[in-house]
Every structure is written in C-alpha cells, then in structure tokens.
Design a protein around this ligand. Structure first.
Ligand SMILES: [Zn+2]
Ligand SMILES: [Zn+2]
Length: 431
C-alpha cells in the first residue's frame, strides 16, 4: 500500500468501532478451517521472522528466499526473478479448470516507526509498518491449505509475490516482463490489512481508494511568498469538496460505524481533498508548486487542470503562468463488479453476514499497484481488519505503533482459501 503523506500519531479511538472479532463467527468449510488452524502457529512464526528482517523495495532477497523455500516445501512449482526479487508459486490441481491468482507484496518501509512488538525489526531504518509481512503469511497459508486439497482441486492457482510495491514499481514491471505470458490468470485477488476491526473484511465494487494525482504548477519566478501562499489557498478553496463538510482526510475514522467506510452516511464519499501545503521550488528560473490531491470520482478528474488554470487567472497571475500538468497519475485499485458480488456472497456464507461489509466510501491517501494487475486481469482487492481494541492494537498503516492482530492471518487464510475454491469450482460442480 503506497501512501504519499506521512501519518502522524493521532487519536484512534473511533476507528475501533463496534465489530470486534468473534472466533465463533468462523464458519469456513470444515476442512479449510481445520487446515488453517493447524498451520496458524507456523504462519505466526513466519510473520514474526519477516517482521524482524524487513527489507526495502528492491532489496527483498531474504524475504524472497524464505517464500521460495516454503513454496517448494509445499510442492509448488516456483519461478523467481522475473522482476527483482519476485517469486511466483504455481499450484496445479488434479482436475482441469480455470486459473486464479493471489497477490502478496514483499517490501517493508524506510523509517523508524515506533513498534511496541517484542519481535522488532533487526534492520535499522527499515520496518514492516504497512503489514506486508502479514500478507506474505496469509498467502503462504492459502497456498498450503490449497496444496493439502490438491487432489480435489480444480484448475490452477498462481501465487504472485511481488517486490517493490511501496515504490509502485513491482506490479507494472512484472507485467512488462511478461509474468503472465506463459500462464495467464482468469482472475486475480489480493488484500491489504488495515485499521478496521480484526475479523472484518471490507470490499467495494469499482474504486477502493480515491484517485491519487500529483499536479505541478509552473510560474515565472516573479511571485512573492505572500502571493504563493494566497494562490495555494485559492487553488485549495476552488478544488476541495466534501459531501458533508466533515473531513474525510481524518483517516483514523475509516472504521467508525457512523462516518466510516461502510456506513451509508460515510464522509469518505464524493470528495476531493488535497495537501494543505504545496512543495515549492525554483527550477530553471521558474517557480514550481507541486501538490497531491485525492478525487473519488473518475469523471471529475478531467476538469481539474482547467480549473487550476482559471484560479491562476482569477488570482491575477495570468502573465506569470507557464503550465500546469499531472506529474503522477497512477491507476487506482478498481474491483471487478461481478467478481466483487460473488466474493461478498461467498464470504458472507462462509463467515457470516457481519464479517464481510461493503464499503460505500473510498479510502484517501493510499493506493496499491495491484491496480496494474487489474488493468490486465479482472480482480478484487479487499481490506482486512487488523485492529483489536482489547489488545490495544491499531493497524494504521505507515503510522507509529502500527500493530496487527495476528488473528487476521487466520481470518485471511480461511476466508480467501474458501473464496478461491469457490471460484475454481469443485470437480463435480459445473460453473
Ligand atoms: Zn504501504
Ligand atoms: Zn502496503
């Protein structure tokens, strides 16, 4: 999960919401749950080992070797190094069928986030503060649960362990290198652990996140500091929009039952928010103002540049104007609507209606290069709860004291093993 801003420590009380994890909600098909429970302690140990040995984007060699060893031990076909430290694990069922892919990310974050865990990073300046260690444990768990059912498995499951997500490079590079040229998945799935209550899965058809854009305004270097401050205020005033006047940029509220993502009255819908401060520099005697914005609605992206130009005109700087352009316009996570509906039905059947919720809103500030896979292959990306109020764990990604309840590994493995099996169909069940 890539984020552009650094989140400062904040008050997180509200996000811990009403829905806490209740193990009795676990009602995945028995064999899957039994295998998941049997693997759980091992997966926790794998996760803690990765947490202690985090590696930055582009340097994930130990992580990659750990994953390859586990996949080989399970009997999967393993391919490495299509791009960077990628690992692809292929599990072929005994019966013919379609191909479903599952994605996990390898990289950790730069920085020294406060970490209350006992198994802290032993690699100074690098931390798993986004939860990719949890994702790897879940993906290995799914692989092992499904490998144990190979004899009744229909089709093929491809496990994509991608490097360099935080730099937004890995997924695109893997596609450009033809990772799916010899084996092309029909569908792809993935998840991100975040600050929702553990036990909860949240998903949404279409965009999970707001569209993240970085704009660059170039002006002749003639404006005073006061002019620049006023201009940035004017741009902000013109572009910013929120449905209720509430602040969707207070991301700690995503789990709130009233204004959070899954509420009909969520503040996280129909907004454009932007950085309050712009990055300002001079370059070739031009003044450059760069800023990030987050827009929920694709159809509104097209008008942004001309609106900025009009603000510059109206602010009296027409003669200084040079250009305004996007300097970053990555694709956003875009869930296939019918696969999302299928996933919700299947997960609610196996885990209970309350454990899987539809997001009404879209998460600001974050994005995931899983979006590049979805440009090629229809897929669904889920948010998985990792917070636990009773334990004092708040799984707010890229934030100090980021802690994930490892029960989320159990939830992830059993839920998504069931979903993949449902997508592949059983040998005696026609699709
Ligand atoms: Zn991240
Ligand atoms: Zn992430």
């Amino acid at each position: 999960m890539k984020r552009l801003l650094t989140i400062l420590s904040s008050v997180f009380g509200l996000l811990l919401g009403a829905c806490q994890y209740n193990p009795s909600q676990r009602a995945a098909p028995d064999a899957i749950q039994m295998h998941t429970d049997g693997l759980f302690e091992k997966l926790v140990a794998v996760r803690r080992d990765l947490h202690q040995h985090p590696e930055l984007a582009g340097y994930e060699s130990r992580t990659s070797a750990t994953i390859s060893a586990h996949l080989r031990e399970m009997g999967l076909e393993v391919h490495t190094g299509q791009y960077g430290h990628s690992v692809i694990g292929i599990l072929r069922g005994v019966h013919p069928g379609k191909t479903v892919a599952w994605r996990a990310e390898l990289d950790a974050l730069p920085g020294e986030f406060r970490d209350p865990a006992l198994f802290r990073s032993q690699n100074p300046g690098v931390q798993h503060a986004c939860g990719h260690d949890i994702h790897i444990a879940i993906a290995l768990g799914i692989a092992e649960v499904l490998a144990k059912q190979r004899k009744s498995l229909r089709g093929t499951v491809v496990f994509v362990f991608q490097p360099e997500e935080e730099t937004f490079k890995g997924a695109k590079a893997l596609i450009d290198r033809g990772v799916f040229s010899s084996i092309t998945p029909d569908e792809i799935y993935g998840l991100h652990v975040t600050a929702l209550p553990v036990g909860q899965i949240v998903v949404r058809a279409d965009e999970m996140y707001a569209y993240q854009r970085r704009l660059s305004i170039r002006l002749k270097n003639e404006l005073s500091r006061a002019d620049v401050v006023q201009l940035t205020k004017n741009v902000n005033g013109e572009l910013s929009r929120s449905r209720t006047g509430e602040k969707p940029w207070e991301i700690q509220h995503i789990g709130d039952p009233v204004i959070g993502l899954t509420s009909r009255s969520t503040v996280f819908q129909d907004y454009l928010i932007m950085d309050a401060t712009f990055d300002t520099r001079t370059e070739n005697d031009e003044l450059v103002l760069d800023f990030n914005l987050y827009e929920t609605t694709a159809s509104k992206l097209g008008g942004i540049i001309s609106r900025v130009e009009r603000v510059i005109d109206a602010s009296g700087h027409k003669s200084q104007f040079v250009s305004v352009s996007y300097v970053q316009d990555n694709p956003t996570v875009l869930n296939n609507a019918s696969l999302t509906r299928f996933a919700i039905r299947t997960l609610q059947r196996s885990r209970g209606v309350g454990a899987v919720r539809q997001a009404v809103g879209q998460v600001p500030f974050f994005n995931d290069d899983f979006a590049y896979f979805q440009q090629k292959i229809p897929g669904v990306y889920f948010l998985l709860g990792g917070s636990n109020a009773e334990k004092g764990f708040i799984a707010m990604n890229h934030a100090p004291d980021f802690q994930v309840d490892e029960e989320s590994i159990r939830v992830g493995v059993s839920s998504f093993s069931s979903l993949i099996i449902a997508r592949l169909g059983t040998p005696d069940q026609a699709e």
